[in-house]
Design a protein around this ligand. Structure first.
Ligand SMILES: *[C@@H]1O[C@H](CO)[C@@H](O)[C@H](O)[C@H]1NC(C)=O
Ligand SMILES: *[C@@H]1O[C@H](CO)[C@@H](O)[C@H](O)[C@H]1NC(C)=O
Ligand SMILES: *[C@@H]1O[C@H](CO)[C@@H](O)[C@H](O)[C@H]1NC(C)=O
Length: 373
């Protein structure tokens, strides 16, 4: 079921974190517990991990600014006044007969509720893309919230030929508000299992940022100072905790909140009346791409940061290199330590890399992967 490498990777991750990182939705199989007798606190890679973490430097204020999101003007008390993807639509602004590569396309999205009334405030979470399945091309659009129930989606036109607009409502503003409030008010939605081994006996108890009860074990992450707790198993010292994994979910939503988060209104394509547009080639655009600087760390991002064409990614920030063969990727990576920071999407990239490059070519534990599942 699990290869040694995967186990080791999982172990590195959990040991590296030493705390509880999780996100609220879509926890995946990584969280399944694999019993082990290792002690997370004796994990040899911890120093490696500490070094990499202390180099991170960002302010909380900056992080909060990034995730800032407008709220509905008043508490939602009626499902029918929330945004209904079926009633939203979009149309082309300033339609033209011809478009050229390198130009921008603007689409105006109108949000409506279940009664078909236009929304008067923003905060809906839309995702927009322009794509062409035939040539396997795609680029994301930037969505700007006007704050009055309309949204502007802007698309760069990066390839010649056909392109089709596609817009989805991921969550209504009301659903976003539910998620936001639950994040703040109910930290215990997800609970964890702590595995204790002491002498020949073992026990599984609940762990979390905070647990209730009189007899609890308190832990502190040596790096971040984050704390967490476990219910103390009977007749076992707190130091006999050896592992933890996700235990399960608690229902913290009422019927109205459930309706706002229902599948039928979540991640739905919205109907729009924009026909596929035809884009004419323009040499100036490829000229611009060929003049981009070479890629370096810390480069500022922009929207869009690139696009796919024939399944190949072209960066619009810098001259991205392509590594079609495992050997070319290996040549680039040889002799390097790779630090990958991210969530389970990044883990999938790691697993891809592991499959793509012949397995004997690189050592897993030279790679310090921290997975925030
Ligand atoms: C970390 O950020 C602060 C404030 O932005 C800055 O003054 C400091 O030089 C930074 N430290 C490092 C090591 O980059
Ligand atoms: C919404 O805001 C945009 C940008 O400020 C404005 O152009 C538009 O007319 C407004 N629409 C409505 C329906 O108020
Ligand atoms: C656990 O094992 C140690 C050594 O084997 C022994 O000294 C100790 O009494 C045991 N503790 C308990 C609570 O059984």
């Amino acid at each position: 079921m699990w290869t040694r490498k995967q186990l080791l990777l999982l172990f590195c991750c959990i040991g590296g974190i030493g705390g509880f990182f999780y996100r609220f939705l879509n926890m995946d199989y990584l969280d399944k517990y694999i019993p082990t007798t290792f002690n997370v606190f004796q994990q040899p890679n911890i120093n490696h991990y500490i070094e990499s973490v202390v180099q991170l430097n960002f302010s909380l204020f900056e992080l909060l600014k990034i995730i800032d999101w407008p709220e509905p003007p008043s508490a939602v008390n009626n499902f029918y006044f929330s945004t209904n993807p079926q009633n939203c639509d979009y149309r082309l602004l300033n339609p033209r007969d011809t478009y050229r590569v390198g130009e921008f396309l603007e689409v105006l999205i109108t949000a409506r509720d279940h009664k078909g009334q236009p929304k008067s405030y923003g905060g809906d979470f839309f995702q927009a893309k322009l794509h062409n399945t035939k040539v396997r091309a795609g680029v994301t659009g930037q969505v700007t919230d006007h704050g009055n129930g309309t949204y502007l989606a802007t698309f760069l036109l990066p390839w010649p030929g056909n392109a089709k607009v596609h817009i989805r409502l991921i969550h209504s503003s009301e659903a976003v508000d539910v998620l936001k409030r639950k994040r703040e008010s109910d930290p215990g939605k997800v609970y964890f299992s702590g595995y204790f081994h002491y002498n020949d006996s073992s026990a599984v108890v609940e762990c979390n940022l905070e647990v209730s009860g009189n007899d609890i074990c308190k832990y502190t992450d040596p790096v971040s100072g984050d704390t967490w707790q476990c219910v103390r198993p009977q007749k076992m010292p707190c130091s006999s905790l050896v592992f933890h994994s996700v235990g399960g979910y608690r229902k913290v939503t009422n019927a109205l909140e459930d309706s706002l988060l229902r599948r039928s209104v979540t991640d739905k394509t919205i109907p729009g009346s924009v026909p596929p547009i035809n884009i004419q080639s323009d040499q100036r655009f490829s000229g611009l791409i060929s003049k981009l600087p070479s890629c370096r760390p810390g480069q500022e991002s922009r929207q869009p940061s690139g696009f796919y064409y024939e399944d190949t990614w072209t960066s619009l920030l810098c001259q991205g290199r392509h590594f079609p063969e495992p050997s070319s990727a290996l040549n680039c990576l040889r002799g390097k330590d790779i630090h990958m920071f991210g969530d389970s999407t990044l883990r999938q990239w790691f697993e891809y890399l592991e499959r793509f490059i012949p397995s004997k070519s690189f050592t897993l534990c030279a790679v310090n992967v921290i997975v925030m599942v």
